[in-house]
Design a protein around this ligand. Structure first.
Ligand code: GLU
Length: 409
């Protein structure tokens, strides 16, 4: 690069919050893997949480029809009426929750829905509780709103679940909300109905906004994941059900998700969406209607495949020296092993100091992409996605084992 240009770029004064914004660790890990693949390197990626299955044919057919019919114009900013009705149907069918159309906003992915709700609700001086380990973007979204994130540690030996006493202690007079995510990305922890009941009592008493990220609700291995608003219906008046079609219907690239909650906040978030991006893609909206209202068998079939992979991954991870995985994940398609046993070891002088440095080393030395736990709030862990074939998983673990065998203390 031209050094002069570089210097002038460094002098640009960015918005304070954007300047402090880090790249998304999950997206960055996947981008590095894609770049290496493009350069001809044989990389196996266990980085992004992205199902390897193609979008079901019935959904692609609906999109093809929509395109042929020329449904290529703007739609209402928060989504077309038929999509909102499909989302209502889904929330009733899958979660037993009733919503009005005015209480629903469709967005370009679950991420945009969550970011817009968080931006609409929280402000400088507010605190938002995030049980940790947590998905990397929650903290970033909260910080962008001006609020600060209160990370509440959920220890591995407690199954990575939020302890009610720790929750009580974390609530101050500034606390305005909490973000829950069950099944959890990255830990795979799933809250039971009784755990949710205990937490719900505290949240109701404290009058907090409850943001429930339900993205992995269908990828759950031991019976359905209960919804906190079903366990405590009074929470729904101050709650948001946040979701995406990315995982359940293998639609990551289509970018479609939604938020359901009190209409005043939905309207505010939709105003924001109207100013900074507009409606989610019109063809995608029509595909989403088919996804949500058509036969739901594909999601169950994908789930069964994830179950087979989970078994393999748990077995193989547990055999790797230096990795430990005390909890079998109950949902989602990630394992989140503890790599404390590798800290301080090195490969040809390159030291492993945390999850991120191990992930970097693995990418360089074994061409396996994983995500370090640092930005999930767990620097002694790494996240491996098993949303890839059994064959890829076996090769990835063979490579990981051969790198581990070369480590020295
Ligand atoms: N949520 C997925 C993940 O954690 C996709 C990437 C992202 O949006 O962070 O890998």
């Amino acid at each position: 690069m031209n050094p002069g240009a570089d210097e002038s770029l460094q002098m640009i004064k960015l918005n304070r919050r954007i300047a402090a914004l880090k790249p998304s660790a999950t997206m960055a890990a996947e981008t590095r893997a894609t770049e290496l693949k493009a350069a001809g390197v044989d990389v196996i990626s266990l980085a992004a949480g992205e199902p390897d299955f193609d979008t079901p044919e019935r959904i692609k057919d609906a999109a093809r029809r929509a395109l042929a019919e020329g449904r290529t114009k703007y739609t209402p900013v928060a989504g077309m009426r038929e999509l909102k009705d499909a989302i209502r149907l889904k929330l009733k069918r899958d979660n037993g929750l009733d919503y009005d159309v005015t209480e629903i906003m469709a967005s370009a992915g679950g991420k945009q829905a969550e970011a817009n709700i968080i931006a609409a609700l929280f402000d400088e001086g507010d605190e938002v509780i995030i049980p940790t380990p947590a998905w990397v973007s929650f903290v970033a979204m909260v910080n962008l709103s001006g609020a600060s994130a209160t990370l509440v540690d959920c220890p591995e030996d407690a199954g990575f679940s939020l302890d009610p006493d720790r929750l009580r202690r974390a609530i101050t007079r500034r606390t305005r909300g909490i973000i829950l995510n069950s099944p959890s990305n990255p830990t795979g922890a799933v809250y039971s109905a009784s755990q949710l009941g205990e937490l719900a009592k505290i949240l109701l008493d404290a009058g907090l906004w409850v943001l429930s990220d339900d993205v992995y609700e269908h990828i759950v291995y031991d019976g359905a994941a209960p919804h906190i608003f079903q366990i405590e219906p009074r929470l729904k008046a101050k709650g948001f059900a946040l979701n995406s079609l990315s995982k359940a219907y293998a639609m990551t690239g289509w970018r479609i998700g939604f938020a359901a909650g009190p209409k005043e906040v939905i309207a505010a978030a939709a105003r924001l969406q109207g100013q900074n991006s507009g409606n989610p893609n019109s063809i995608t909206q029509i595909a989403a209607i088919e996804a949500l209202t058509g036969p739901q068998g594909e999601t169950r079939a994908m789930m069964e495949e994830f179950r087979r992979r989970r078994q393999l991954v748990v077995e193989r991870v547990r055999k790797i020296p230096g990795f430990s995985l005390p909890n079998v994940p109950g949902g989602a398609f990630y394992v989140f092993p503890n790599i404390s046993g590798l800290i301080g070891m090195n490969l040809d002088g390159r030291e492993i100091s945390d999850g991120n440095s191990f992930a970097d080393l693995l990418l360089d030395a074994a061409h396996v992409a994983i995500v370090g736990g640092n930005d999930f709030g767990a620097p002694h862990h790494v996240r491996l996605s098993y949303a890839t074939s059994i064959e890829n998983l076996n090769s990835a673990f063979d490579r990981i084992e051969s790198v581990i065998a070369r480590l020295k203390r």
